[in-house]
Design a protein around this ligand. Sequence first.
Ligand code: HXC
Length: 258
Amino acid sequence: MAVDYEKKGKIAIMTINRPEARNALGADVSREMNEAMVDFRDDPNLWVAIITGAGDKAFSAGADIKGFARGLDSSGAAAAEPARTVERVRADQIWKPFIAAINGYALGGGLELAMTCDIRIAAEHAELGQPEINIGIIAGAGGTQRLPRFVPRAMAAKILLTGERISAQEALRIGLVSDVVPLDQLMPTAMQIAETICQKAPLSVRATKQAMIQGYNLPLNEGLQLEHELAVGLRSTKDRAEGVRAFVEKRAPVFKAE
Ligand code: HXC
């Protein structure tokens, strides 16, 4: 399998599994990632997903450049296919949260994939970058758009226009990742964050993600309106009644995504 897809309780783990090619995003990875995302989105028993890469070298070194080379022999359109398939079902179109556990290089489409996730944590040795300009393309799977929204503009421009990689510590400094941990703590930390989220009211978690993502591109008053509608939508949920009852009864709530 090009993507290992595991379910641990309410947590789905998607592991890009082409370590010999630095987990490059070939058509097989893109197709299997897409299938895993659809399953995660539609499985009511899954509440949080973690995306990571196999091995200790790379989260993903981006689109499969060797595939590009083959595609370019015949037609330019075929060469662009991996990027499009990466984009087919995106983590930021699914309101359940995603955590990227960046276990090494996150480059090109690899960083773009991580940027579709809600929370990014990195191993100490990870390096992140958008090196597309080195091979005559652009960060065309969202990089030119998301990176300047996620980090200060001068830093985004430097990363996108020089193609130079930044360290995990630098990514932490500019806010591109939330945590940097030793490699052996990467998945435990990702699982701990996922488990923390799984203890919260899942419909509240999803409405919060939806409000953040959809609200980002709205004028404030429209964003506040969206927030209000989502808040009203939660008022009649069983989980809200349970959360309030549990607080009054001084016990842990049992949420059911209802
Ligand atoms: C295909 C790749 C690859 C990639 C690495 N490999 N990255 N194969 N596509 N993106 C393969 C190498 O060819 C090599 O295969 C093996 O993985 C190990 O790579 P090395 O270079 O020997 O390893 P290392 O010295 O550790 O360097 C790792 C690296 C470097 C820094 C990640 O491989 C690298 O710079 N890769 C390219 C990164 C990149 O430019 N990504 C952007 C792609 S474009 P062999 O067979 O020799 O062992 C993109 C665009 C998305 O993502 C949007 C498009 C619109």
